[in-house]
Design a protein around this ligand. Sequence first.
Ligand SMILES: *Cc1c(COP(=O)(O)O)cnc(C)c1O
Length: 408
Amino acid sequence: MSLKETDSLVYGLVEKELEYQKKTLRLIASENYASKAVMEATGSILTNKYAEGYPNKRYYAGNRYVDEIELLAIERAKKLFKVGHANVQPHSGSSANIAAFFAFLEVGDKFMGLDLPHGGHLTHGSSVNFSGKWFNATSYSVSKETEALDYDEIRKKAIEEKPKLIICGYTAYPLIIDFKAFREICDEVGAVMMADISHIAGLIAGGAYPSPAMADVITTTTHKTLRGPRGAMILGPEENAKRIDKAVFPGTQGGPLENVICAKAVCFHEAMQPEFKGYAAQIVKNAKVLADELVASGLRLVAGKTETHLVLLDLTPKGITGKDAQMALEEAGIITNRNTIPFDTRSPFITSGLRIGTAATTTRGMKESEMKEIASMIVKVIENPNDSELKLKTRSNVEELCKRFQVY
Ligand SMILES: *Cc1c(COP(=O)(O)O)cnc(C)c1O
């Protein structure tokens, strides 16, 4: 029986969510619209199979086609990111990071990541997360003047702290990371170089961002700019294959989600097509136009510019908090998220910043001129967060714009 016949309540809610996704502007930097092919694979009968272990080394029988699919996903991932090894089993970015930690560290070992309010992820050493509870987390920060990474400072900190592992790759950093500089720092202090490219994987696959292939271990989600199913993977050189695979299974996971792995294979195929290069380049062009327009309207950009899919706004000049801006924009059909800015004086629940990304709107086909429209709508709402009429009017403008750029 279909979902509609079995459970009309859930079916109705999924339909509502579909309409909502179609009619609103998705500007959350970590979100995208997966293709129908990716969703078909995710919803496929591969969900029925248990496949603990790895292709040709499973603990259960009956994996002849599952093995072929997972091997295809692995081969495509290696080719796409130009690495010697890929593990496509991690269920999520956080699960991938847990496995990467256990592949290279013992509980209590010291590692170094970017401070959370400066753009690091929870799994990079937050005290409420496994990374901060089970490991000895130290952090580096962005420069107070430039709000960019200061590689000399990071090097000094690394020499001082002697971490066993250093993480680069972030959730809210708008500039290009100098992976070579991190490689040199890691070599100098004898640390494992871990690149968490969750946000920028699609840009890297599409050639719009430098490759981190010199890292000892690379973790990434597959659902952000890479536009695949919700999930993750771990990449790296062949020499680290065994320890990575062991850390994923049996180290930290049981049966892999073969339906999701199947969808990852499809996602990698899509990312290998020539069109994907154009997509990645357009994401960055769109972010730059959006950023320029917002600056022209008196907003301040963290780090002064963007070189990625992501714009981090400091709302202080407009006298509104991240929380209030996020709420007002949501009422206007513009979906964003509040975000701390470096050296933020407000709590992570309130924040002084707003994070905006262009991956999803670019998937809809929007280009520079639509970014200008979007920037103008954002600014008006941020300047008049309590103007109900304006928010209503903006919402209908958003719906019009969305109608011109259909998804699904
Ligand atoms: C999104 C993200 C993650 C976590 O991914 P989940 O799938 O949400 O667990 C980890 N690291 C970085 C840098 C991210 O941006």
